[in-house]
Structures are given as C-alpha cells and as structure tokens.
Design a protein around this ligand. Structure first.
Ligand SMILES: Nc1ncnc2c1ncn2[C@@H]1O[C@H](COP(=O)(O)OP(=O)(O)OP(=O)(O)O)[C@@H](O)[C@H]1O
Ligand SMILES: [Mg+2]
Length: 170
C-alpha cells in the first residue's frame, strides 16, 4: 500500500501544479484528490461566501465522503487548509509557500476581488497555513516547499519522492 500525502498552502501557492507533476513522477497508482472539487461535485458545500467569493464546506459530509477513499492509501490530497482533516489520514504533509509579489500576480490573474487577494496574500505573509499544519500534525511529518519557479517544482517533487522512498523502507 501507499501512504496518503497532503499538499496544502495558500490559494495560488502552486499546489495543483505540484500535484500534476507528482502524478507524472511518482511510481505507483496515485490519485489526486482536489478537495474543493470533491466538495462541489458531491454536494458538500453549505453556502457561498459572497465577501470572499468562496464556497463554505460541509466538513462532516466531506470527511464522510472521503473516509473510504483515504482508507485505500495512495492519495495526494490538495486543499488550502488542513486543520479539519483527521490527523491519522496523512503520513506526509507538504506546505507549498510562495513569495507575496508572485502570489499577488497569480491571484490578480484569476480576477479575484481585492479583498480576497489581500486576505490570501496576508495569509501567506503570516505563514498561516504552515502554522495551521503545525497545530494539526506532528512536526516531523511536515515539510515546507517553494512553489514559485519550475526549479522549485523539481525540488518539491524530489522531496515528496524522498518521503515516499523513506516511508516504503519503514
Ligand atoms: N512552481 C511553479 N513555477 C511556476 N509557476 C507556477 C508554479 N506553481 C504554480 N505556478 C502557477 O501559478 C498559478 C497558480 O498555481 P496553482 O493552480 O498550482 O495554485 P494552487 O495552490 O493549486 O491554488 P488553489 O488553492 O486555488 O487550488 C498557475 O498559473 C500555475 O501555473
Ligand atoms: Mg489548486
């Protein structure tokens, strides 16, 4: 069996890009679970936050939906938060980080409103998601990765690969 990996970080930091690359590069039968997409497709959304232009998750329903998937292992789970998943789901947690100018440009390109851009850039400056990871998982399974350049993408892939290799040896 394979471990479950969490790829988290501020919106726009580069999680999806890394997940795509990991699917190409990792050996074995991995599945990418994009939590926002799963929530939308399976009616695990309670309302829409107009101010921040984002759906509000029905966390309990989502967790129930994901539980049997997670039991199988081999999932690369992507989400811009990490504190509501059961700790036992993940053997490796990776937090993708991005500098604020690059992040700002990426979010601007998505046509997010100013408030949403500001709150996300602030979230990244304060390292909010990394803090959230530290509060939710053991420090020794958390790794910070950069998601700014293609070189970062290669390095990120390598670190995840190293993690999987080490996990297999256990
Ligand atoms: N390592 C990288 N090098 C260059 N460009 C990148 C890198 N990572 C991401 N990007 C670019 O930044 C943008 C946002 O990346 P991505 O969609 O992966 O973010 P995300 O963290 O998955 O966001 P969300 O939380 O909304 O899902 C995309 O246009 C992507 O191509
Ligand atoms: Mg994404």
């Amino acid at each position: 069996t394979l471990p479950n990996i969490l790829i988290t970080g501020t919106p726009g930091a580069g999680k999806s890009k890394l997940c795509e690359k990991l699917l190409e590069r990792l050996e074995g039968d991995w599945e990418w679970q994009d939590v926002s997409k799963i929530a939308k497709e399976n009616d695990c959304v309670t309302e829409y936050d107009e101010e921040f232009q984002c759906p509000v998750l029905d966390e309990d329903k989502l967790l129930d939906f994901m539980e049997p998937i997670m039991k199988k292992g081999g999932n690369i789970v992507e989400y811009h938060g990490c504190d509501f998943f059961p700790e036992r789901w993940f053997q490796g947690v990776f937090v993708v980080r991005c500098n604020n100018t690059t992040l700002f440009d990426r979010l601007k390109e998505r046509d997010y409103n100013d408030k949403k851009i500001a709150s996300n850039v602030e979230c990244e400056i304060f390292g909010t998601i990394y803090e959230e990871a530290l509060e939710s998982y053991k420090e020794d399974i958390i790794t910070e990765l950069k998601g700014e350049t293609l070189k970062d993408l290669e390095e990120g892939c390598k670190k995840v690969k190293d993690f999987v290799r080490a996990w297999n040896r256990k």
